[in-house]
Design a binder for this molecule. Sequence first.
Ligand code: FER
Length: 266
Amino acid sequence: MMAITQNGSEPEMAYTEGNRQAIRIDDDGISLSAVLEKPKNGESKKIVILLHGFTSAKDRPHNIQAAEAMREAGYATLRFDLYGHGESGGEFRKHTLYKWISNTMAVIDFVRSIGYTKVYLSGHSQGGLVAALAAGMEADRIRGLILRAPAFMIPQGAREGSLLGQAFDPNHIPEEVPVIKGLTLEGNYIRVAQTIHVEDAADRYMGPVLILHGEEDDTVPPDVSRQMAQRYNDCTLVAVFGETHHFDRKPEAMKDIIREWLRVRV
Ligand code: FER
């Protein structure tokens, strides 16, 4: 691979293993941990960037399986850990949707800098929300979107005073909010989320969108995807019967849907 420069520094290639490289990408002082993998017989200019969800990481089984399907369809994949998650920099309690958007823009710049001109975004849950927001901002640069159980309702929940079943006063945001697994978020997570309007991002993005949503998802209601699917210019919604939030019951069904959708893209 050619020399790579990102914000003036060389991303560190931690290891190279066949078609897989561990990479660190700098987002203005935050070091993001990423894995770049190339398809066996694919064209080298197409890539899908994968964003994981809230409290998740790039190496969760459904993220790895989704990336496999993308490579089988001939696309390179770049899975990365977002701010405060996995092996990237930052503290969980200080993460916000703005920081995740910034991380995503840095990764888009990175893949473009190494020659990928056909850039797709895919995100799971909170990562799906952020992928949709970044696509609205970079509508001319993002060829397509694959959203898996996208958590489109987070901003509205923040405005109404409810996140992950935790109630709070949306007009007097607490210093911190305890969330799942003994983790705590600072109030700035809510302040940021309150400002975000997913409908604007959907209206700005004219490219093709695939939304996959498990019908048994009890974290993000499938109706959220049904509503947003109508808003997008060009959207295919696949409601996966019997599937959960983490696509752990029918990974092959998820993979087939992704492969088939990507195969007809250019
Ligand atoms: C919420 C609903 C869903 C929320 C986060 C999520 C912080 C994200 C879930 C995921 O990424 O898996 O109210 O609030």
